[in-house]
Design a protein around this ligand. Sequence first.
Ligand SMILES: O=C(O)CCC(=O)C(=O)O
Ligand SMILES: [Fe+2]
Length: 356
Amino acid sequence: MALEASVDRRNYSPLATANGAAIVPASMHRLRLIPTADHKPDSYEDLKLEFTPVFFSSLERYLPPDMLSMPRDVKLQYMRDILMRYSPDGERTRVQRHREYRQRIRSNYQPLHSELYIMHAEKFFVPSFLKAIKDNTEESFRSIMAEPIPGVYTFEMLQPRFCEMLLSEVENFERWVHDTKFRIMRPNTMNKFGAVLDDFGLETMLDKLMNDFICPISKVFFSEVGGSTLDSHHGFVVEYGTDRDVELGFHVDDSEVTLNVCLETKSEEIFDYSHVPGRAILHRGRHRHGARATTSGSRVNLLLWCRSSVFRELKKYQKDCSGWCAECRREKKERQRVSIAAAKQELLKRDGNLAS
Ligand SMILES: O=C(O)CCC(=O)C(=O)O
Ligand SMILES: [Fe+2]
């Protein structure tokens, strides 16, 4: 895994994702203000859509640069997600559909390890981690942690048996998906593999994991980015290998705090940070990072994007003051300058790649 050395990117703006992959949920999908004039859009004439096909072809030019080369159905889904937000019932319909989607899985998928679905702290976590959480002091947390770069903490967390069980549960789920040809949603737009654990019944257990085990640590180390008020999560596994997802570009997460624990590695993967099964990394969601290409071997990681609705509301509120606060105006200008420079660099890099 590659992590940027600077501490964090709280002032991240969506444009900055031009400098790498953007893994954002539908709620954060964005269009560009200026269309890509030389992009040749796909035709949508053969599809029955809620708007005229020409509309989708026109809209395509406004997609972020990294979306333009995606398959047509990916672009279509992205555009529909955005349009949905503008329809009065859009968000409600999306939530309702997702609820039904989960219900369909839950009533048909037979879990393999029922003991995974209820928090058993002594069985899941290593004793050093449990003791640090029980003591619940900055000192006790620091005693089990390394901080290889500022703001990124690593520590032993999961028991090997838990990793094995979760892996076989995910494999079992994927076998069921394959056998029943169930169309599942992958963890985010950049993953073709991996599974959302919350969708097949692990939401309650992961909620407890966040509340009882990650919140105490986040309160101490990430309180300035919402770490004290985490109240929801997105829990999933990612799978890398030559026959799976290969790499993940530089990005920030749609989270305030991210927990990333390796469940399994099979020989020969090269990392800047070398993942070790059972060992966790905890970092700000806005800390830029990515996953280097897996050229051989494989790796599976558990990800928990922990979110704080309170912090997000506050941020929205804070953003508005650039109209009257000179310091915020200056910061906003600086953010724009950095993201435009990043976007330009990315375009230059692309042009260079195209030319070579
Ligand atoms: O593969 C990794 O370790 C990183 C994955 C990641 O950053 C993500 O899924 O958000
Ligand atoms: Fe990430």
